[in-house]
Design a protein around this ligand. Structure first.
Ligand SMILES: Cc1ncc(C[n+]2csc(CCOP(=O)(O)OP(=O)(O)O)c2C)c(N)n1
Ligand code: SF4
Length: 427
């Protein structure tokens, strides 16, 4: 939950997809387990989930490369294997049997020689854990015996059973869902779980010490930080000022512009996941009473539009709401929130050299939207607000492309454009 929109536990995906999962607990293991993942993947012909979590990604530990032979990628070449790659039911049914057989083999391998380790400690008190939680356990409970699981799907249930049987008290420490606890108990292994309050947020050494001590006193609230805000001079500001002043119902999306939800704008009413703004906006248009439906506007960033928003536009053309709909595409020439990456609409590759360009207005017109407006929202904020108002009043389908480069990226974009121009002249 460091910066995303939901707190979820991806370990469930490994089970749902039947994909073996490795969980590194530091940088060295991130390195080693990546190589191991490739080995296991090549040996059994399955993809592997290398599960990284926030604190493993945000920490640095010394990495040694102990002469481990890095497996070479096989030479590329096409070998026809239709039953393995074409999942019509006739091939998919046996494929499922093959997958379950492979998972059983991988489970047996994990028991015998998987990346699971035991740290000796108290004969009375054992902890089963994995990933970053292992580091917190070692710091908070240095006296405990620890079974650290490196491959957590399929689980080494026999090793877990043996470890639990050897300790009168066996506690499971895990961040997020009670995945290990549920798996252990389903297999009849007696383990102690952590109280529900520790399911929320990340673990740390202090929280692990509280879990082990059964301390349920309320946790101190973190000091309030300075709330994030759109930069002064950000083009998104003008757009959200207009939407606020027009009292629009705004179906928002993910990017810097999500900050339009905060004061002084407070101009975003829904936000779910990347690309949802158009579908959610259309749903509101279809279901709200007409007076309210006419106030609904979907707002999406340029990168988010090409990522997955474009599908919503197909729906908008195919099932237009009776009151029409207005979509604002915030074309700030970059993927600002995640570090100013290029995207198909910039016409440059990730390394900033020129490539084919996705031209928003051309594509949107070609998709069947007749009212397509392109405007710099900062050139004349009142004109921009008037444009939104007239699109809302028209009762038709309208798309406004609010085009003005992100203030922080503008200098770099000018440089890339100059380079692309001089490259063209050289050619
Ligand atoms: C499914 C998914 N993938 C990736 C992300 C990470 N992410 C957050 S914002 C963002 C890009 C936003 O770019 P854009 O729409 O251009 O808006 P800007 O930040 O430039 O205003 C991405 C990829 C995410 N939140 N959800
Ligand atoms: S980084 Fe760019 S898009 Fe993001 S708030 Fe600042 S000016 Fe706006």
């Amino acid at each position: 939950m460091a910066s995303s929109q939901n707190e979820q536990d991806n370990r469930r995906y490994a089970v749902a997809a039947g994909v073996p999962m490795l969980e590194p607990s530091d940088s060295q293991e991130a390195y080693n387990f990546t190589l191991l993942a490739i080995e296991v993947s090549e040996r059994w012909g399955v993809p592997i989930l290398l599960r990284m979590t926030t604190r493993v990604c945000h920490s640095k530990t010394i990495v040694e490369t102990p002469g481990y032979a890095v497996p070479l990628a096989p030479a590329a070449g096409f070998v026809r294997d239709i039953p393995a790659r074409v999942m019509i039911p006739a091939y998919a049914r046996p494929a499922h049997h093959r997958l379950r057989a492979k998972l059983a083999e991988i489970a047996a391998w994990n028991e015998r020689e998987g990346p699971n380790t035991t740290t000796a400690g108290s004969p009375e008190f054992g902890v089963i854990t994995s990933g970053i939680s292992y580091q917190h356990v070692r710091e908070a409970l240095p006296h405990a015996a620890v079974l650290k699981l490196g491959m957590t799907y399929p689980l080494p249930l026999s090793a877990m059973r043996e470890f639990a049987a050897a300790h009168p008290r066996t506690l499971i420490i895990e961040e997020g869902d009670p995945y290990l606890v549920e798996s252990a108990r389903t297999a009849g292994i007696a383990v102690e779980s952590q109280p529900e309050i520790f399911r929320f947020g990340e673990l740390n050494a202090a929280r692990v010490a509280r879990i082990a001590a059964g301390d349920l006193t309320p946790e101190p609230k973190p000091m309030p930080g300075k709330p994030p805000a759109l930069c002064q001079g950000c083009p998104h500001r003008t757009v959200f000022t207009a939407l606020r002043d027009l009292n629009c119902i705004v179906s928002g999306d993910i990017g810097c512009y999500s900050l339009g939800v905060l004061p002084p704008f407070s101009a975003m009413d829904t936000l779910v996941c990347m690309g949802a703004s158009i579908g959610v906006g259309l749903g509101l248009r279809h279901t709200l009473p007409p007076d309210e439906a006419r106030r609904v506007v979907s707002v999406i960033g340029d990168s988010t539009f090409v990522h997955s928003g474009i599908n919503g536009l197909v729906e908008m053309v195919y099932n237009p709401p009776a009151t029409g709909h207005v979509l604002v595409v915030l074309d700030n020439g970059t993927t600002a929130m995640t570090g100013q990456q290029e995207h198909p609409g910039t016409g440059r590759t990730l390394h900033h050299s020129a490539t084919g360009k996705f031209v928003f207005e051309n594509v949107i017109r070609a998709m069947g939207i007749e009212q397509v407006h392109v405007m710099d929202p900062m050139a004349n904020p009142q004109a921009f607000q008037d444009l939104v108002q007239s699109c809302l009043a028209s009762g038709e389908l309208a798309v406004i492309i609010a085009r003005r480069n992100c203030l922080l990226a503008a200098g770099a974009i000018r440089q890339y454009e100059k380079c692309a121009e001089s490259d063209k002249n050289v050619q």
